[in-house]
Design a protein around this ligand. Structure first.
Ligand code: NAP
Ligand code: MG
Length: 499
């Protein structure tokens, strides 16, 4: 108990301290090998819970349960309107338990409570958006030109048993971004949360059962990526694997999926550019670009980590963004007034610190003020690096921390500006700040990325598809596209005989 933050509610504290099991076939079961692993509070580095370590044998059981639920029983027979009703009930439960879920998110991931609380609303809305599609996933009648008389049509059917593997940066919403479209499409699921943040997925599992989803529709196996995760990605009984995380692990997922050619969707890393033109409304662009990299301590796949500022306003913008970062208060997510929490782990903190050092050694200037270290948690203050050379690792690689690389540009020629944006193996997101709407459209068209925002950063509406070009991934999350990627299209042609 002493390791839990004193401001944590009784409800959240009791949940964290419970024995945690695996959700398989509608029951909470002990892991087959009887092992557990530690969960820590990244704001203090202290142990807060022990969680079941699921392994390949548990994945086998979970996949078998998901297969049974997919092929027979209440879920297989469930009418679309009843699936909608179940999802809407889940959305209501998420909102009703919003305070508890937000606190669990803080203890697991470290982010400030106000941001976690805001995330709950978005999560419930995503479930409702997907619930609305269930009754609208239609095929079409297809006119054939072949000799004879035909009735031909297409139908969308669920892809089957889906393995879902998610990261730790937004534990609850990543789970819902995966689960909601899969369930809306009629699939059954085995979900493996990130080892650093298993708590909210486990609480969500309880709410899913409370909402009335039949046994085996959602199975949750906590455990390690190299073990439970790898077993899920390779499993011959899984029809699709959906993954969010690093590009390196994404490539491993693809290899593991080869055995049975399961469908794969991947939401991977980014090194997203943000452009500020001299005609931009700087009063909006400066906090916009600052939040694009500092929000969630930079642990966001679409973080705006490369900042290109027109030379006419470069000095002012870089100084102001650094000053904005310097004003952000770091501290434990449960304490009011803190703008930034810790990074997820010691490993991640040291990784980010190594990148900052490599940038400095490569000739970059650290514009941000140097703050004293905070004891205990894994804190890295907002860091703006100026004069960064395009060849530096800080400019090329995904850091996943509050580290911004600022570079001036001189060109008013959009082809050269787009070449800067596209000088990366990633293609997840780009931001453009300008008042010239023609320039914004023309540049948006030239950028090779799955999402572009103009005069805003990251528009997280459930209706707007999100995903990557290039090595940022395969497929899309959110929007109708997400659902369609959990379905197979079947063509049926009926020979009606002679006229
Ligand atoms: P990761 O390895 O990509 O982890 C993401 C998920 O995949 C976790 O659930 C992980 O389990 C699982 N996993 C790991 N190896 C696996 C394997 N061989 N087969 C199947 N599943 C596997 O990311 P990470 O290690 O947590 O973070 C490393 C770096 O990845 C970060 O510094 C950041 O740059 C990047 N990252 C990107 C995103 C994104 O949204 N783009 C998200 C997270 C991290 P475990 O939790 O047990 O490892
Ligand atoms: Mg990992």
């Amino acid at each position: 108990m002493s390791n839990l933050h004193p401001q944590l509610s009784q409800t959240a504290a009791q949940f964290i301290q419970r024995e945690h099991r695996l959700l398989i076939d509608g029951r909470w079961v002990a892991p087959s090998a009887g092992k557990q692993f530690d969960v820590e509070d990244p704001g203090t580095g202290r142990l807060i819970a022990r969680v079941a370590e699921g392994q390949a044998a548990d994945i086998d059981l979970a996949v078998a349960a998901a297969r049974r639920a997919f092929e027979a029983g209440d879920w297989a027979r469930c009418k679309p309107a009843d699936r909608t009703r179940l999802l809407l009930r889940l959305a209501d439960l998420i909102e009703q338990h919003g305070d508890e879920l937000a606190e669990l998110e803080v203890m697991d991931n470290g982010k400030p409570l106000a941001f976690a609380r805001r995330g709950i609303t978005g999560t419930a809305e995503m479930v409702r958006y997907m619930a609305g599609w269930v009754t609208k996933l239609t095929g079409e009648a297809v006119p054939l030109s072949m000799p004879g008389t035909w009735h031909a049509y297409t139908v969308r059917e669920p892809v089957g048993v889906v393995g879902q593997i998610i990261p730790w940066n937004f534990p609850l919403s990543m789970a819902i971004w995966k689960l909601a479209p899969a369930l809306a499409a009629g699939c059954t699921v085995v979900l493996k949360p990130a080892e650093q943040t298993p708590l909210n997925a486990l609480r969500l599992g309880e709410l899913i059962m409370e909402a009335g989803f039949p046994a085996g529709v959602v199975n949750i196996v906590t455990g390690f990526g190299g073990d439970a995760g790898a077993a899920l990605a390779a499993h011959p009984g899984v029809d699709k694997v959906a993954f969010t995380g690093s590009t390196a692990t994404g490539k491993r997922i693809v290899q593991a999926a080869l055995g049975n050619l399961k469908k794969v969707t991947l939401e991977l890393g980014g090194k997203s550019p943000v452009f500020i033109f001299p005609d931009a409304d700087l009063a909006a662009a400066i906090p916009g670009a600052a939040n694009a990299i500092f929000f969630n301590s930079g642990q966001v796949c679409s973080a705006g980590s490369r900042l290109y500022v027109h030379r006419k306003v470069y000095d002012q913008v870089v100084a102001d963004i650094a000053a904005y970062g310097d004003r952000l208060q770091l501290g434990h997510g449960m304490e009011a007034g803190n703008d930034l929490g810790p990074l997820i782990s010691k490993v991640q903190m040291e990784r980010v610190q190594r990148y900052i050092e490599a940038g400095r050694e490569g000739g970059a200037t650290v514009v941000s003020s140097q703050r004293p270290a905070i004891e205990g948690g894994y804190f890295v203050p907002p860091t703006v690096l100026a004069d960064t050379d395009a060849r530096l690792s800080v400019v090329r690689e995904e850091i996943f921390g509050p580290v911004l690389c600022a570079m001036p540009f001189d060109d008013d020629d959009l082809a050269s500006v787009a070449a800067l944006a596209n000088d990366t193996e990633y293609g997840l997101f780009a931001g453009i700040w300008t008042q010239d709407i023609g320039k914004a459209h023309k540049l948006a068209k030239r950028i090779r990325a799955g999402s572009v925002s103009v005069n805003a950063h990251m528009v997280n509406d459930p209706a707007l598809p999100f995903g990557g070009f290039k090595q940022s991934g395969w497929g899309r999350e959110r929007g109708r596209e997400a659902l369609e990627l959990y379905s197979e299209l079947k063509s049926v042609a009926i020979n009606l005989g002679q006229d």
